[in-house]
Design a protein around this ligand. Structure first.
Ligand SMILES: Nc1ncnc2c1ncn2[C@@H]1O[C@H](COP(=O)(O)OP(=O)(O)OP(=O)(O)O)[C@@H](O)[C@H]1O
Ligand SMILES: [Mg+2]
Length: 346
């Protein structure tokens, strides 16, 4: 697939603040790319640079292999749904969505047809005449999405477009957005700090922290092969403990030696050992190298979430469909392939 947007060594400084270090990012045509990371990591800044609302301090931005670093926003084939969706409060729902089409001087018939189709896509048919201020936050958010999509941009930038929706509507809109993206053949650059949303919707996930890109990959790669403990922890709740890599495929942590599948570390190198809560299995304490006492049990609908406190004070998070009551001593079993060894960050 062809590249559509490319950032080359792009940084953004605000006085002392480094909002974005020098990042390199390639976005392919028709790709659904998600920027994922904690608050303040530079997601919005990246979108604003692609949209042309900010100038990079260093580096260049390309669109279809043409340098657009100095091209103003309205001349870029990009539309944005902002984090604070700036709707026109003096216009009704229909006119908000129609706004871009009127500027393009489309015929009234074409405008009505396109706006109707969009409003039905975002589940707002019948809301045409409603005042923007009379809508709920979630409805306003969907108007903002319709208003951007109706212009059929080549690239759509979406900054946390589903944040104001309740969980059920959010799930529905996730599916709808994904369908629209595929049907319309538009490249989506989507921002969220919700890891589940990122994993379920994207072709490619870009994990960011402190203005730097930590990892770029498919959802499966990012989940199964996180590059460091930051990504592992951010992508799914994980147990992360200090370990020592004794030799290839042998690691020492929590007072015992465990077989693992990783190699290529230095002898006795200090490492982060990452174990996902769903990979820890409750077994009888006498059969386990890892043991502890159940300190809390939460039922989360599909599984129990338990905290098991070991003698060394470590608290292991465990997800399991069976549970043991608080106070019980239990063992934790795990397979070599479920022990993920990561280089220490920094
Ligand atoms: N106009 C500005 N002036 C000064 N600092 C700014 C400006 N815009 C952003 N920053 C800083 O740059 C950093 C990155 O901000 P950005 O808005 O890109 O984060 P974000 O990842 O979108 O966070 P959130 O999830 O909270 O929206 C932050 O530390 C922020 O305070
Ligand atoms: Mg933001």
């Amino acid at each position: 697939m062809k590249n559509i947007v490319e950032l080359k060594d792009v940084s953004k400084l605000y006085d002392e603040t480094v909002a974005l270090g020098g990042i390199d990012l390639v976005i392919k045509k028709n790709e659904f790319v998600t920027l994922l990371g904690p608050s303040g990591c530079g997601k919005t800044t990246t979108l604003r640079l692609i949209g042309g609302f900010e100038q990079p301090t260093t580096g260049s931005i390309f669109f279809d292999d043409v340098d657009i670093t100095n091209v103003p926003p309205h001349k870029r084939k990009v539309n944005t749904v902002f984090q604070r969706y700036a709707l026109f409060s003096h216009l009704n729902v229909f006119e908000n969505v129609a706004f871009g089409l009127r500027i393009k001087k489309l015929s009234e018939n074409a405008i009505v047809e396109k706006v109707d189709k969009m409003l039905s896509l975002v589940n707002l048919s019948g809301f045409e005449k409603r005042d923007i201020n009379s809508l709920s936050g979630g409805q306003q958010q969907r108007v903002a999405i319709a208003r951007a999509l109706v212009n059929e941009p080549e690239v759509l930038l979406l900054d946390e477009p589903l944040a104001a929706l309740d969980l059920k509507l959010r799930r529905e809109m996730q599916h709808e957005l994904k369908n629209m993206q595929q049907q319309l053949g538009i490249t989506f650059v989507f921002v969220t700090h919700d890891q589940e949303e990122a994993l379920s919707m994207s072709d490619t996930v870009v994990v960011m922290q402190d203005g730097e890109i930590q990892q770029i990959g498919s959802p499966v790669d990012i989940y199964n092969e996180p590059i460091n403990s930051f990504v592992a922890d951010f992508i799914g709740e994980s147990n992360i403990v200090d370990g020592i890599m004794l030799e290839d495929r042998l690691v020492d942590f929590a007072g015992s030696r465990f077989e693992c599948v990783d190699s290529g570390f230095g002898k006795n190198e200090l490492v982060d050992v990452v174990i996902r809560p769903e990979d820890l299995v409750l077994i009888p304490a006498e059969k386990a190298k890892l043991t502890g006492v159940v300190r809390s049990v939460n039922f989360l609908g599909v599984h129990y979430e338990m905290i098991i406190e070991a003698k060394d004070g470590a608290r292991w998070l465990v997800h399991s469909t069976i549970m043991e009551p608080v106070g019980t001593e239990v063992g934790l079993g795990l397979e070599p392939m479920d022990i993920h060894i990561m280089k220490k960050v920094g």
